[in-house]
Design a protein around this ligand. Sequence first.
Ligand code: GRF
Length: 221
Amino acid sequence: MSVPAVRRRTAILVSGRGSNMTALLEAAADPAYPAEISVVIANKPGAPALEKAAAAGVATATVDHRGHGGRQRFEELLDEELRSRDVELVVLAGFMRILTPWFVERWNDRLINIHPALLPSFKGLDTHARALAEGCKLHGATVHFVRPEMDAGPIIAQGAIAVRDDDTEETLAARVLGVEHALYPRALALVASGELRVEGMRVLRTSGTAADPAPLLVPGD
Ligand code: GRF
């Protein structure tokens, strides 16, 4: 990658351990990466991801979701924090709050999420157990633009693995997490470089020259 003229100012929103955040920070440490991580924001004071971000030299902030008497005030404070830092893109990485249509529409097509399943299958929680219970042979992860409906929205990229006969929820989760760490930085790079356009539920490439026009597909090893 050559050094981009503009690196998109990006915030990562977290609630927990932040392994996807770490993968994104590592990618963005390269000056040629088209997004720079301006801030990591947690909705939970003391979220382990905050310490990891600070150790990597990235600015952190906490906007506690509690104590505001409702979602609206929390989201206004979050929005103010993002705008005060001139953030252009918002990346959800294990952010365990449902965002209201007000916030989602303010950040339309600039707000992305990763979900540990091949959407539109298995929206919501416990995706690995449900994929096993349904006998899926393929499972994986999806990066998508956020829309008001949970785990819906135009799909940017997906990564798949083969389900093994001896898989448990835990082994499946671990392999899908590996896919997530490879997938999310590549999906954010596509969004940040302005190479995508959204047509309804479809995300299409505006130029075909950059690396990898196809979704990431990681075969089972
Ligand atoms: C990931 O599995 C992600 O897909 C889901 O929440 C988990 C967050 O893990 N939305 P981490 O905090 O990035 O390690």
